[in-house]
Design a protein. Structure first.
Length: 182
């Protein structure tokens, strides 16, 4: 009887262990992600002091450069005259007396350009109050990169009829660069 009881207890222990034993199963989860599109635009250099000579074009291609970093192909960098400080005419250098703008402006608009590099195309535009692309990243992933110290060229035609300003005044323009990802 003792043997039957021990056998019965043993069978019950095995049956109970089989019922409470954890069921082993493998399961997977998929994790995906894609970083948000981003662009960083930095203008390197300092203020430019153009030498304006009547009947010629003043140009600077050594003072300012642009650094662009983006993770998105097809990015653009645009340029415009944002008419900072109540400047009266877009794209033109205007008389500035240190505190405010006057009404005299150079007859011609300034041009701003950027050279091409591997991964993006640069171009030159005549400055206005509207964003115009001067750099466009390639449509493939070669444009997802950092492009450093790309020379910027600023050109200002000066007419013989452009007025000389009084002491303490200069012709001035503030150029605004904007990065965009598609």
């Amino acid at each position: 009887m003792k043997t039957k009881m021990l056998l019965m207890i043993g069978v019950l222990i095995i049956a109970f262990a089989a019922m409470v034993a954890p069921v082993m199963a493998a399961t997977n989860t998929t994790i995906t992600g894609n970083p948000a599109k981003t662009i960083s635009v930095t203008v390197n250099g300092g203020p430019i002091g153009l030498v304006l000579n009547a009947g010629s074009t003043a140009s600077d291609s050594t003072t300012e450069s642009l650094t662009v970093a983006s993770n998105s192909p097809g990015w653009t960098v645009s340029v415009k005259d944002a008419l900072d400080g109540s400047k009266p005419s877009a794209g033109q250098m205007v008389d500035y007396g240190g505190a405010s703008y006057g009404t005299l402006a150079l007859a011609s608009h300034m041009s701003v350009g950027s050279a091409s590099q591997a991964g993006f195309t640069g171009t030159t535009v005549v400055l206005s109050g509207t964003d115009q692309a001067i750099e466009t990243g390639a449509g493939d992933y070669t444009a997802a990169n950092t492009f450093t110290n790309t020379a910027l060229t600023f050109s200002q035609p000066v007419a013989i009829t452009d007025s000389v300003l009084p002491t303490g005044h200069t012709y001035r323009i503030i150029v605004t660069f904007t990065g965009n990802t598609p």
